[in-house]
Design a protein around this ligand. Structure first.
Ligand SMILES: [Zn+2]
Length: 312
């Protein structure tokens, strides 16, 4: 056994969260929020009479809310204070060995006693086991299993939660960035993306009435003809509207990311990124011209940049 594993295993059986009362007793407002969010319409959670009809004394809290009652408050969590010195020691042992990241992997709950509004709940957490080092998709790490025990005001165990996390050494980000998300190609839009790969911005045109349409589709919205062909766009247009995306950041994109709805001179509109311009310089009505983003060998997308000249 490695020295690190021996040190980690020494935590088995130790308490990392001493018995701590939940900030509020079991209460109806939180139950109401929870069942509404979960879409659980069982009346025994909010209606005393319905609960009495089932032989209970009155409404009860949903069992899976157990963890809710003892969750740390937001302020508590933001304070950065650890729940105990043992906890701090355990995390420092992982951190100093480079296992600085954590992800929860599974949670297994058992419920023994129902809780009613007004009852207080405490929780304590003990380290049950630490695995040897494992290779995972996220990186090398150790699985840590802890057991939380929940008690009511009489000290009776109302439930337990076995909680497993992976403390891992993050794999350095590969130099190659992830590819842009692929469009969902189908028989109605593939031609448009294929043309884009040849740096041609095409617009679908109804072969019967001549109306142009975008996004692409199987049928003319005007005359319902399913016959169509395409015309090449001249590549000029104006910014109809736009947003500047800052968050959440997806590795395939550069931020801030300008996402514009561009109205082409031909009259149709499309959504595209903008190039060669800072977000603060984009405005509604801005004249733009076609550019291309060759994202990767399989994906080319039209983009728009400010018009350089009006000569055409
Ligand atoms: Zn038509």
């Amino acid at each position: 056994m490695s020295d690190l594993l021996a040190r980690l295993r020494a935590f088995e059986g130790r308490t990392i969260v001493p018995a701590t009362w939940g900030p509020d007793p079991v209460n109806t407002p939180m139950i109401r929020h929870w069942v509404e969010a979960m879409g659980d319409t069982n009346p025994i959670y909010l209606d005393d009479d319905a609960a009495r009809d089932t032989g209970r004394e009155g409404a009860i809290a949903p069992a899976p809310m157990l963890q809710v009652w003892t969750m740390r408050t937001y302020a508590d969590k933001m304070s950065g204070a650890d729940p105990s010195d043992v906890w701090t020691e355990l995390i420092e042992t992982f951190d100093s060995a480079g296992f600085t990241s954590v992800v929860a992997t599974d949670s297994d709950q058992e419920f023994f006693v129902e809780l009613r509004p007004g009852e207080r709940v405490s929780a304590t957490e003990v380290v049950e086991g630490v695995s040897e080092e494992k290779q995972t998709g996220l990186g090398a790490g150790h699985f840590v299993t802890t057991l939380k025990t929940y008690r009511n005001g009489d000290g009776v165990v109302v439930g337990t939660q076995r909680w497993r996390t992976l403390r891992f050494r993050p794999t350095p980000k590969a130099a190659s960035r992830p590819l842009r998300p692929r469009p969902a190609l189908n028989a109605d839009n593939a031609f448009w993306f294929e043309a884009a790969r040849e740096h041609r911005l095409v617009i679908q045109r109804c072969a019967r009435c001549g109306v142009l349409r975008h996004p692409t589709g199987p049928m003319c919205g005007q005359c319902r003809s399913t016959e169509w062909n395409t015309v090449d766009a001249c590549g000029r247009g104006t910014v109809y509207t736009f947003v500047v995306n800052h968050h959440p950041k997806i590795d395939a994109f550069d931020y801030p990311l300008i996402v514009a709805v561009v109205e082409l001179e031909e009259g149709t509109r499309l959504i595209a990124n903008m190039t060669d311009v800072e977000p603060e310089h984009v405005f509604i009505g801005m004249p733009v011209e076609l550019d291309w983003i060759d994202a990767d060998p399989e994906l080319t997308l039209p983009a728009f940049r400010p018009q350089r000249s009006r000569e055409h």
